[in-house]
Ligand binder design. Structure first.
Ligand code: SAH
Length: 251
């Protein structure tokens, strides 16, 4: 069997209990070496075979899983953050289905959650934003029509931009072209939850300079939106005058 496991954003204790248990029982581990903290490999049994997928093709990853299955070993496929976001897991699951190899998925803490934690930010502030857009810039991998950064920016929602820290000039220009004002609060969060984490807040227009000054070109998220500002409304849920299914509101 193959277990797709979210490794979390970096700190080894941000993997789930289930992920850690599966890793502890794995006969074979294929991990995304470009981003997964190698310290997590210490959780695998001493005899487990370990492969870094950063140097492998989809075909080679599947071949390793097939070989493990044939010799009666379970594989843990360790993806950074949560596997459902830019994890390229669907193509693996479909290949395994075609081969009759069973699989399951254990979710993980995504880096967009770890980045908010690093900043002490809440994406969904009442009266400010009730939506979060997770996206990326078009780079060598294109994005489908209608999902370019400028069109998404037009919503003025909270946004977390993955895989784009190497294009901060273009990214800023696109966000501003789409409708965020140049002074919209933004942040660059590098290696959230790692010891070398850096979390920088600045107005959108200064983002590229902030990245340049710190030499940040990868493993970073760009967050943008008024949720990073200082104005918001109190929640209704905890308002004394508001009645909920669990609490009677008073004057
Ligand atoms: N599945 C992952 C995302 C993989 S795509 C998740 O849920 O987080 C890789 C991109 O994720 C990187 O380019 C970067 O934008 C972001 N990323 C991954 N780990 C990060 C971290 N610890 N801090 C900030 N950004 C991170």
């Amino acid at each position: 069997m193959v277990h797709f496991v979210g490794a979390g954003p970096g700190a080894p204790d941000l993997i789930t209990l289930r992920g850690a248990r599966l890793l502890g029982q794995a006969g074979c581990v294929v991990y995304a070496g470009s981003l997964v903290n190698p310290a997590l490999l210490d959780l695998a049994p001493a005899g487990a075979q370990v492969y870094d997928s950063a140097r492998m093709t989809l075909e080679q990853v599947i071949a390793v899983m097939v070989e493990a299955e044939r010799s009666g070993r379970d594989t843990v496929r360790l993806h950074t953050g949560d596997p459902s976001i830019y994890g390229a897991i669907r193509e693996q699951m479909d290949a395994l289905d075609a081969l009759g190899i069973p699989w399951d998925v254990t979710p993980g803490v995504s880096s967009f959650s770890a980045a908010a934690a690093a900043l002490g930010a809440e994406y969904t502030l009442p009266g400010v934003s009730q939506s979060v857009i997770l996206t990326r810039m078009a780079g060598r991998t294109p994005v489908p029509a209608g999902q370019d950064l400028a069109s998404l920016a037009a919503h003025g929602a909270s946004m977390a931009v993955f895989l784009s820290a190497g294009m901060l000039e273009e990214l800023t220009a696109e966000l501003i072209r789409g409708g965020y004002g140049p002074d919209t609060p933004a942040a660059l969060v590098y290696k959230a939850s790692w010891p070398e984490e850096q979390a920088v807040r600045c107005p959108l227009k200064d983002l590229a300079r902030a990245g340049r000054e710190r030499g940040i070109t990868r493993t970073a998220l760009v967050l943008v939106g008024d949720f990073l500002g200082n104005t918001y409304e109190r929640s209704r849920l905890y308002d004394p005058s508001f009645t909920t299914g669990y609490r009677e509101g008073g004057e």
